[in-house]
Write a protein that binds this ligand. Structure first.
Ligand SMILES: [Zn+2]
Length: 188
């Protein structure tokens, strides 16, 4: 009898643990969906003091619905199912909204988060940091310094030498040939 009870108790303990793990993952996923659909409206506003300006109607015309939701409405795409999270291709990542150069593929690294991650922008002046107090936490939002488009967030758990992780949305970026970006690189 005792021999039977022990495995049964272990099984119940494991099952409980598994259920707890599942509910945690589910909670995370739910939170993530929440982040996409219900960001506070005050945070949806892009400041209008950036050099590259377009009306909402004009943005809708040149951007895909996903690009518009992320760049202009501060949305977040799903991890692992976006275009560049796992890309090793060489090139320069430019803003999908205005074309400004932002990141070099040489500064991209595998963060395991499911979003394209860089340890630095090509130049600090290419991005602007804004305080984001949505979702009951304080994060540092990263926007394009030319059009103000929402790109993602920066965290301090990145690799050396900066220790930073620029966690970006693929839909906010476009990977272009290094040669094509060369002129703009020289200019900056
Ligand atoms: Zn831009």
């Amino acid at each position: 009898m005792k021999l039977f009870v022990f495995p049964a108790v272990t099984l119940i303990a494991l099952a409980t643990l598994f259920m707890f793990e599942s509910s945690s993952s589910q909670e995370l996923l739910t939170n993530h969906n929440h982040a996409i659909a219900h960001r506070p409206t005050t945070m949806d506003t892009i400041p209008d003091n950036f050099p590259f300006q377009k009306t909402e109607a004009e943005w809708r015309e040149i951007l895909t619905p996903a690009q518009f939701r992320i760049l202009r409405k501060k949305g977040t795409e799903f991890p692992y199912v976006n275009e560049y999270h796992d890309s090793n291709k060489d090139g320069i990542y430019v803003c999908a909204g205005c074309g400004q150069i932002l990141y070099d593929s040489k500064n991209k690294y595998k963060s395991g988060t499911g979003w394209p991650s860089f340890w630095k922008p090509i130049n600090d002046s290419l991005v602007v940091e804004l305080e984001d107090n949505s979702l009951f936490m304080t994060r540092t939002e990263i926007v394009c310094s030319n059009c103000g488009g929402h790109l993602g967030h920066v965290f301090d758990d990145g690799p050396n030498p900066t220790g930073l992780r620029y966690c970006m949305n693929s839909a906010a970026l476009k990977l272009v040939d290094r040669d094509k970006a060369h002129q703009q690189l020289k200019k900056d």
